[in-house]
Design a protein around this ligand. Sequence first.
Ligand code: GDP
Ligand code: IMO
Ligand code: MG
Length: 426
Amino acid sequence: MASYVVVGTQWGDEGKGKIIDVLAHKADYVVRFQGGNNAGHTVVVDGEKFVLHLLPSGMLHGNGKCVIGPGVVIDPKVLLHELSTLEAKGAKVDHLFISDRAHLIMPYHVKLDIVKEEARGNNKIGTTKRGIGPCYADKIARCGIRAVDLLDMETFGKKLKINLDEKNELFTKIYNTEAMSYDEIMADFTEYSNLLKHRIADFIPEINEALDSGKIVMFEGAQAMMLDINFGTYPYVTSSSPTAGGVTTGVGVAPSKIDRVIGVMKAYTTRVGEGPFITELNDETGEKLRAIGSEFGATTGRPRRCGWLDGVVGKYAVIINGLTDVVVTKIDVLSGMDELKICVGYEIDGKVLTTIPAAIEMTEKAVPVYETLPGWSEDITGMREYDELPENCKKYVARMEEIIGCEITMISVGPDRTQNIFRKEF
Ligand code: GDP
Ligand code: IMO
Ligand code: MG
């Protein structure tokens, strides 16, 4: 097996960063395929914590190439800050490359994200305010500015002028806020161009040749299925396709080239931002999960909403992504709970559904149908073999597999690189 896709199966923050870091040690390439610095991927190495927003989570290995793919949206200022932070910690950074087709998050995208959220009032999405939605909107509207434009600042300037004139109209006439300065943006981006241009190129041929010659390529997803623009809880979603299909459109690699699709699934559920969350626990158990699981956003620091595992979401993720493997994370957080619940259906207007309704108005009135399983009390963070796990923990894993319809081939029992139980070779 040479190509692996790693995706989130819930509402993000499942531990994708950790899993990619663990699996990336033998990868020749780690490629991000969508999203931007709305992502916060945590990697813990020898007790030191790194949170990566735009940089692929394979960065800390330094042996393969890390590529920010065409489907990603890049805020160059954030990227440069991440690179210098990593370098200051002694990590190698010259193996980071940027696709010329990736779109740039411009300062007016960030400002638009903020003013649009304010204008939405009670209907706000709860975005990360990083300019993601407005940048993807311009991409689809065919007026975006791309990394390739940083290689020719004259063209860049022309595109900036057209875009900024329009955005400044919006700022001053619709949102009653100040216009932005062309000269300031131009000066900043001239500096970003000088600092980044040696990393920008077309990597589509190279990645495809690498796959054809049997090299190991990992595709790193950000966000997760329930935040997918097509399959998530629309409109409370992000503006990209974090599901496995996003690899083909976000990198330029055909579906036939993908060998293994790995879904990362937290043993319970969390969500940051607004929108429906059927198994949410607004009680002591939810608070316990947040405290023990340290469930605070890696990007915005917001407390994550917590709840029981949603098996309907899990099954949907297996189908939509065509998962070949599920990696369960943070199951150690469940130690010490008397009993555990898994949602196996949604009761809506007296009927039980086992699929995700399109209308959030339906989701909002759904009552979860739970199965209850016995808990375990042992600390499992030091266990490295499946057979060492408490019987009730193994029963929980086995029941998860039955409900979602996919094999759980790896279990993560702590944040560190070394805290894993492998049930299959990767
Ligand atoms: P990502 O966005 O999917 O990469 O996930 P985040 O990094 O935002 O959030 C996952 C958090 O859980 C991070 O703080 C990780 O260090 C931590 N983590 C990952 N796997 C495990 C695990 O198996 N057990 C525990 N206790 N923490 C984990
Ligand atoms: P990782 O990769 C969790 C959420 C935001 C908001 C919605 C839209 O770390 O799993 P956006 O800024 O993308 O327009 O916000 O999506 N969101 C995430 N939640 N983890 C993430 O990334 C997220 N990226 C975006 O909170 O609800
Ligand atoms: Mg995260």
